[in-house]
Design a protein around this ligand. Structure first.
Ligand code: NAP
Length: 259
């Protein structure tokens, strides 16, 4: 186990995995930078972390606003050099199961938030962290990054892009002393999953998922993918002949209710 992270920045800290990770890093020695859109939910996470002794700076920001996000991250980093940066903010939606394709607006919104939002989070921090020669960057992708699922084209595209982006950064940043962890979770309980109607095999509790992610980050693991049966299943569908993967996934019906 490495020295505990003292300065931690998390996007999507107002809910679900991000909020639980924030609380689990909170302690008397930690400074947290918390980002989300909803000010009330963000304030609730901040209050929970302060109660655990952490110094907390939070801001209601949209990760799609790259300029504002970079300005906040850089200003925060000037006072509190970031040791751990977790790009976690994300959304999920999908087309109505009875329609063909996915409306471009739905696809693009997910790519803008899940992929470009993560790039807006990570890119401005790379020169600062690599300049100091230490720290870790974490990208929260999904097992949906391994193989396109018919019920959520835009989500899968955004997470596959994020996974590839972070995997590409890892060997680039390793010589600079900055670690990169790519997280590909299966289903876990959160306000996001509450809106999904369909099978969620091997669903983990939010606490359990956050525990797996935190342990992996603290051990400096390059990849955290779970649960194994789903990871193997998705990877099999990817390496199998396309017709076989398509046949397995074709009838997997799923509806994602919008907020
Ligand atoms: N739940 C699962 O089964 C599952 C599985 C694999 C991967 N993941 C990924 O894990 C991450 C966390 O998901 P979760 O289940 O914890 O979902 P969640 O409870 O809905 O939390 C998502 C967080 O992202 C924030 N967010 C969304 N769009 C944003 C934007 N444009 N700018 C800033 N913040 C934004 C939300 O902020 P506001 O609430 O303030 O809008 C919220 O804090 C996501 O990247 C998700 O794709 C989830």
């Amino acid at each position: 186990m490495r020295a505990p992270y003292r300065v931690v920045v998390i996007t999507g800290a107002s809910s679900g995995l991000g909020a639980t990770l924030a609380a689990s890093y909170a302690g008397s020695q930690t400074v947290l930078g918390l980002i989300g859109r909803n000010p009330e939910r963000l304030a609730a996470t901040a209050a929970r972390c302060r109660a655990a002794g952490a110094t907390v700076f939070s801001t209601a920001l949209d990760v799609c606003d790259g300029e504002a996000l970079a300005a906040w991250l850089i200003a925060f980093d000037r006072e509190h050099p970031t040791e751990l940066l977790i790009a976690n903010a994300g959304i999920s939606s999908g087309p109505d199961p009875d329609t063909a394709g996915e409306p471009a607006e739905t696809t693009l919104h997910q790519i803008e938030t899940n992929l470009l939002g993560a790039v807006h989070t990570i890119a401005p921090m790379v020169p600062l962290m690599s300049g100091r020669g230490r720290g870790r960057i974490v990208a929260i992708a999904s097992i949906a990054a391994y193989r396109g699922l018919p019920y959520s084209p835009g989500y899968c595209a955004s997470k596959a892009g994020l996974r590839a982006y972070a995997e590409a950064l890892r060997p680039r940043l390793a010589p600079q002393g900055v670690g990169v962890t790519v997280v590909c979770p299966g289903f876990f309980s959160s306000p996001m999953t509450d809106r999904w109607e369909g099978p969620t095999p091997f669903l983990a509790s939010g606490e359990r998922a956050a525990g797996i992610v935190k342990r992996g980050i603290d051990r400096g693991r390059p990849r955290i993918s779970f649960p194994l049966p789903l990871v193997f299943g998705m990877r099999f569908c990817d390496v199998a002949p396309a017709w076989l993967g398509d046949m397995i996934l074709r009838d997997f019906r799923f509806r994602i209710r919008s907020t």
